[in-house]
Design a protein around this ligand. Structure first.
Ligand SMILES: Nc1ncnc2c1ncn2[C@@H]1O[C@H](COP(=O)(O)OP(=O)(O)OP(=O)(O)O)[C@@H](O)[C@H]1O
Ligand SMILES: [Mg+2]
Length: 271
């Protein structure tokens, strides 16, 4: 299918992709009382693409991904999934549309093991002596499949995740997000507080998910390493709107930071 975002040439230029985006958000507005957090923000996410959302504190990145994930309802603007207008008002709406989110705090239960965390709240259950009980063996098989697909086959499924490293916990949170086969995964600061090598592992994992055809949206402050080296496209937000767009391979961290602080107005080097 060819690009269908007619009347929006600036964003066709941004992605330079021929497919209909998995997600297309246009002119999103969101206020919290008197705080105008989003002032016409837009973003596209294509299958197989890693999009970084960057910007200074308070630029509106988290608010935009929360609108995408149904945590906040937009006040106005257009939200399309695979070319069709959608009305996403709750996290359940977003999940039903194939959008998964890995929040910054990971929302893992430290006293539970990887299998329990993967299936938290959505356990495979079946009839047992005391009514429905979790079908642990089946959950374990499913968990092992996902972990193997993510090349994390050697991660313990039975150790409490509280005893694991930050990188391992991040990987388990990502595994949980893809368990139900989403189309898009949103990650808020996936490499914050990780060592260089753990961050690289997470970056490799995210790339392999994109190679499998998922669209990935990442909020990150790690401009000089993760963002410029491990993403495909960079959307710079400032004061609730888009300030610049870059193709990651064409920019330096310094250029991105300049755009974040207002050094080069309205830059579009994304192609
Ligand atoms: N639930 C809320 N209630 C009131 N104001 C909010 C709420 N969430 C965000 N804001 C405000 O909206 C603006 C954008 O915040 P947002 O969290 O989206 O920024 P951000 O780009 O994610 O920043 P950071 O890099 O610090 O995480 C800020 O002024 C913030 O104070
Ligand atoms: Mg934020």
């Amino acid at each position: 299918m060819t690009a269908t975002v007619s009347g929006r040439p600036e964003h066709e230029a941004l992605s330079n992709k021929k497919s209909t985006p998995l997600i297309s958000m246009r002119n999103i507005q969101k206020s919290f009382g008197s705080v105008h957090a989003l002032r016409g923000a837009s973003v596209d996410v294509h299958a197989g693409e890693i999009v970084a959302l960057v910007g200074d504190n308070g630029a509106g990145k988290s608010t935009l991904v929360k609108v995408m994930a149904g945590v906040h309802a937009a006040d106005s603007g257009d939200y399309e999934i695979e070319g069709k207008p959608v009305n996403i008002r709750t996290p359940a709406d977003a999940t039903a549309q194939g959008i998964a989110t890995v929040y910054q705090d990971l929302a893992l239960c430290n006293n539970l093991d990887a299998v329990q965390n993967l299936f938290l709240g959505r356990e495979l259950t079946g009839p047992g002596i005391f009514g429905h009980r979790v079908r642990r063996a089946e959950c374990e098989v499913r968990a092992r499949e996902v972990m193997t697909r993510m090349r994390l086959g050697n991660l313990s499924l039975t150790r409490p995740v509280g005893a694991m490293s930050g990188g391992q916990r991040q990987n388990i949170a990502i595994a949980r997000s893809i368990l139900w086969k989403p189309k898009v995964v949103i990650l808020d600061e996936p490499t914050a507080a990780l060592s260089h090598s753990a961050a690289q592992q997470v970056a490799d994992l995210i790339r392999s998910l994109a190679d499998d055809g998922l669209g990935i949206v990442i909020v990150s402050h790690d401009i000089h390493h993760f963002v410029v080296n491990s993403t495909d496209r960079i959307e710079v937000m400032r004061l609730g709107a888009n300030a610049a767009s870059f193709r990651s391979r064409d920019v330096t961290g310094e250029m991105v930071v300049n755009a974040m602080v207002g050094g080069n107005e309205g830059v579009n080097l994304a192609g």
